[in-house]
Design a protein. Structure first.
Length: 594
């Protein structure tokens, strides 16, 4: 029997208490539950779940209607699994099938959180790690409660392949006949031979050619791509069995490089050669909202989307020379269609995302001497002693907290605002897609962005800047009404990251939340003043409206899609509205900033 690490009861209880606090806070934010005031203390709340079971806890409120629950205040117990079992049919109103699957996801998430608890480093130690190594110490999506559910992974799979396992792995490759596989690349990688020459050693390429020839096939008829070993075992061997049998798919050895999985679990950074490309592979595992596959159409279009986005950057001096934003393009892809599933529109979408690879530009060659990069998500981290990672970076910078935060917002916002206002284009700048580049003193200086084909959206309104957009790019990018396009910055950055960073800065840096949001608004208004000719765009793509739609990520799983198979990928639910803190900043908040 395969062994998995033993976990202490104390660590499990600490992780469970933190999860329950998060669950209460996020479910209350999404109005899945409605806690009541508990006496005169404005921080005291209660939630009756069943006869004889009322939870009491203390929670501070914040921007966007955020709830920040104190884990140590929860009574009479802090077991999220018991809460779900007792409250699924009452306060949560969940059907039995959703409840059953959710218990599994929460338990698996707790097991991962407990392993991380027992191997956690201090904020100071984390600040010394490189970009790839730091990924394995992140605690996952701050908004989604079951953020490490990974339905499909066994316990042993999680120990081997999860990012918190921090185990570099070699990836095997496949040769797939061109009747099944299609290659796409940016102009510099128009030929797959150029890609393979840069990504694989001559010896490895010779081995691949010889392996295909030994099967009696012409190597020139095949494309190569890495494959996740779990995906090979669980999906490719059973679902592509006829094509393995007839030699259309030929297993190849692993290459020579060691790679680490990022938080998305399907994306691998090359730690043997940091200047080599990152690979993104399909993984038929349900995690957070979706099965983590690679949609055929989007994989095919990834290089074209990259070429278009980077052309905007190349022709815009503000983006190119002033913000110096780094766009980590998806420059090549191999897509493998399943001959049956891809022709059946009504089948579940995960069966049309089974096999392929996207190669993404590496970050390391784009950094200047002395610069270092960390995902934006890292700024939300606190170590087991309660020390904030962001506070550690502020301390190392030598800057006053307000000054450091202004530098952070000046690094993040201008390029995102430029793409929004000038080009009607938004990224999804959530904590993993947005990467903060720091100078040698740990001062934020600029932004790097990744994941274009999945998370770039464009305005549905007619804009002259879209006139030169290639048809294949326009066909694959999602479009939104101008008034809703701003939601990707709100939900990805402001609600998805700053909603948590603001109270951390108040607690650990002494920057009141109102002043935090005053700094954000000031950066937006500074951009407006810089480009007055875009006044109509500022109004069309208005980030300063009094209220915004409340996007809900947990509600989707609980009440919208559940665990049902669908032919299309699910999206965030919308439930009511919340006040926009950027509209409510007062002159006093601005003037109070040092």
């Amino acid at each position: 029997m395969r062994q998995t690490p033993q976990q202490s009861h104390a660590a499990w209880q600490r992780a469970a208490r933190r999860m329950f606090a998060k669950m209460l806070g996020e479910f209350a934010y999404e109005e899945v539950i409605t806690p009541e005031a508990d006496g005169a203390d404005p921080l005291a709340h209660r939630l009756t779940v069943a006869p004889g079971l009322t939870y009491r806890f203390r929670a501070a409120r914040g921007a966007y209607g955020h709830w920040r629950v104190d884990p140590d205040s929860i009574e009479p117990s802090a077991d999220p699994l018991e809460f779900l079992a007792r409250g699924h049919s009452t306060v949560l109103a969940l059907p039995g099938d959703t409840t059953g699957h959710l218990i599994r996801e929460l338990t698996t998430t707790l097991a991962a959180d407990t392993r991380m608890e027992e191997t956690a480093l201090s904020a100071g130690e984390l600040a010394d790690l490189g970009y790839a190594e730091l990924e394995g110490h992140q605690t996952g999506h701050p908004w989604i409660v079951a953020n490490k559910g990974r339905v499909g992974f066994s316990a042993a799979d999680a120990v081997r392949w999860a990012p918190e396992a921090r185990i570099p792995q070699r990836l095997p490759w496949l040769a797939v006949h061109r009747d099944l596989a299609t290659y796409r690349g940016v102009p510099a990688l128009a030929s797959p031979d150029r890609l393979y020459a840069e990504e694989l050693s001559p010896g490895t390429r010779a081995v691949f050619d010889r392996t295909v020839a030994e099967h009696g096939r012409d190597p020139g008829d095949y494309l190569w791509l890495p494959v996740h070993p779990w995906q090979w075992d669980e999906s490719i061997v059973p679902l592509f069995a006829p094509h393995i049998a007839d030699g259309s798919i030929i297993p190849l050895p692993a290459d020579d490089d060691l790679r680490l999985p990022q938080q998305s679990i399907r994306t691998f950074l090359n730690v043997s050669r940091p200047r080599a490309r990152t690979v993104k592979l399909p993984l038929s595992v349900l995690n957070t909202l979706v099965w983590r596959g690679l949609p055929t159409e989007r994989t095919l279009a990834a290089p074209a989307v990259t070429q278009w986005v980077q052309s905007l950057h190349a022709e815009d001096s503000f983006l190119r020379d002033e913000t110096r934003v780094i766009l980590l393009g998806e420059t090549a892809s191999v897509t493998v269609e399943h001959p049956l599933y891809d022709r059946l529109p009504e089948v579940p979408y995960q069966y049309k995302e089974l096999l392929g690879c996207i190669w993404r530009e590496p970050l390391a060659p784009r950094l200047d001497a002395g610069e270092r990069a960390r995902t934006l998500a890292a700024l939300l981290h606190t170590d087991p002693r309660g020390r904030s990672f962001a506070a550690e970076l502020v301390r190392r910078s030598g800057l006053a907290p307000d000054v450091w935060l202004r530098r952070l917002f000046a690094a993040l916002l201008p390029p995102l605002l430029r793409f929004l206002y000038r080009y009607g284009t938004v990224f999804s700048p959530h904590g993993e897609n947005a990467i903060v580049v720091f100078d040698e003193r740990d001062v934020p200086v600029r932004l790097a962005v990744k994941d274009f084909v999945d998370d770039v959206n464009i305005s549905s309104g007619s804009l002259p800047e879209h006139a030169g957009m290639p048809a294949d790019v326009r066909a694959v990018l999602l479009t939104e009404e101008p008034a809703f396009l701003t939601q990707f910055i709100h939900s990805g950055l402001f609600v998805g990251v700053f909603r948590y960073l603001a109270p951390l800065c108040e607690e650990h840096l002494g920057v009141p939340e109102a002043r935090f949001w005053a700094h954000v608004r000031a950066e937006i208004l500074r951009h407006h003043a810089r480009f007055p000719e875009l006044k109509e765009r500022f109004e069309a793509f208005d980030l300063l409206t009094p209220r915004i739609d409340r996007l809900c990520l947990n509600r989707n799983r609980l009440h919208l899609d559940g665990y049902r198979d669908r032919p299309e990928r699910p999206h965030a639910a919308v439930h009511g509205t919340v006040p926009n803190p950027l509209a409510g900043v007062t002159a006093e908040d601005v003037s109070a900033a040092p």
